[in-house]
Design a protein around this ligand. Structure first.
Ligand code: DX5
Ligand code: ZN
Length: 215
């Protein structure tokens, strides 16, 4: 059964409590939370106080995706703010192995995100230490972008690597997920689908979430 993680980035921030309540009532498994620092990516989203506000109402785990430089500086802070899963970018982490241990020591699941240009093969020596690989299917920084087709190939390669190393890492797809690509992604080996605009731009987000869940 796939895991569905709607991205709160596409929600109505003026009605955050209502949006989180909607997700609580939906078939969503996790709430995907995108943190952008304006340095690692050319956009700034939100930070700790907003995550704390979401956490106050959320009945589902917060899957926090850090698009920030030097993520190791904030691991404990995000745990305190309510993150259950904490994902850092490979391209932003000089000492990735140490950072993953730090995330686990803080009591969270440890994720690694890969930009579209970053090869899955770079995970070879670290895959056993990873709980979640977030394969970016758009360039990080903005919601509502077009899905990059090469992602299918990457997912298949990643699945093979995970199996060959007997890793328990889940494969998450982030960016441009919709009606057309959801099923082929799951068939290729994806475990978790993040969806922002596809869910929140719909007049009936709960129905969209249920549709994704039933693929
Ligand atoms: C992009 C973010 C995504 C984004 C996905 O940098 O990491 O999580 O919210 O949004 P959609 O599904 O609209 O592409
Ligand atoms: Zn994300």
């Amino acid at each position: 059964m796939s895991i569905i993680a709607p991205s709160i980035l596409a929600a109505d921030f003026a009605n955050l409590q209502r949006e989180v309540t909607m997700l609580n009532e939906s078939m969503a498994d996790w709430i995907h939370v995108d943190v952008m620092d304006g340095v690692f990516v050319p956009n700034i989203s939100f930070g700790i106080p907003v995550i704390e506000a979401i956490k106050k109402h959320a009945k589902k785990p917060l899957d926090v995706h850090l698009m920030i430089v030097q993520p190791e500086r904030y691991v404990e802070t995000f745990q305190k703010a309510g993150a259950e899963i904490l994902t850092v970018h490979m391209e932003a982490s000089t000492h990735l192995h140490r950072t993953l241990q730090q995330i686990k020591a803080a009591g969270m699941k440890a994720g690694v995100a890969l930009n579209p240009h970053t090869s899955v093969s770079l995970l070879k020596d670290i895959i056993i230490d990873i709980d979640l690989v977030c394969v970016m299917s758009v360039n990080p920084g903005f919601g509502g972008q077009k899905f990059i087709e090469n992602t299918y190939q990457k997912v298949a390669e990643l699945k093979a690597l995970i199996e060959s190393k007997k890793s328990k890492a889940l494969i998450e797809i982030d960016g441009g997920v919709n009606q057309q690509n959801a099923k082929p992604l799951l068939d290729a080996g994806a475990d978790v689908l993040v969806a922002g605009n596809f869910v929140f731009a719909s007049p009936n987000p709960k129905e969209i979430i249920q549709g994704l869940k039933n693929f």
